[in-house]
Design a protein around this ligand. Sequence first.
Ligand SMILES: N[C@@H](CCC(=O)N[C@@H](CS)C(=O)NCC(=O)O)C(=O)O
Length: 244
Amino acid sequence: MLELYHAHISTCSQKARLCLAEKGLAWTSHPIEFATGDHLKPAYLALNPNGVVPTLVHDGRPVIDSSVICEYLEEIAPAEGTALMPRDAYGRAKVRAWLRYIEEVPTAAIRVPSFNGLFLKGWRQMSDTQRARYIEATPLRKGHYRRFGTDGFSKDQVDESTERLRQTVERIDGAITKGTEWLAGNSISLADLCVLPTIVRMSDIGLEDVWRDLPNMTDWYARIRARPSFEKAFYPGSHVSVDD
Ligand SMILES: N[C@@H](CCC(=O)N[C@@H](CS)C(=O)NCC(=O)O)C(=O)O
């Protein structure tokens, strides 16, 4: 029995949903609403003390952190659906290096334009007390929300984030060559699925120009969106728009 606590628009939740779809695994959905602070309530914190989504619960036991969840799904169901890790140790090392890079660079970078474009208005509408309570309650993101302030992230922070996102799409473009359709070789892997939500978010918030001149990256993005797992993970309500 697999249960996923997730938010529809959360890029980290989308990683887990993509893997579940590629593996063809059935799961029970527990949507978490950020607006009502579901992720910071005691019942959820008992599952995930970091107060972030997603959390997978497998036969009653929580598994946290999206990349860990993705590797876990592959390990419990290696023969089901798509194989998402290479068979050889060197191939798996390549995928894991991508996963660490994805966590350190694009996952952190995309928060800057996402928060400025999507959450600043709502954050400003909260009272000082409400904002202070939220910051006090979040186990991992106190510094992030303090830096966000009520002016949003600065131009310097946005520029740095764009530089890091550009590096990511350049690396994707460089990894895809003639005969190598996926990031870690000839088969799709966790590396492709785990970076995809950041790219979708870039597209949703109008940053497609960042990879406009990169043909391999553009082909990879079209190829991965054509897979049935895409619509399953990015169902209506999972995309965001800066005009929302
Ligand atoms: N390392 C964690 C990070 C998860 C994470 O940051 N989730 C975001 C949504 S994508 C979240 O829950 N944010 C809650 C908040 O900002 O308070 C993972 O990959 O699962």
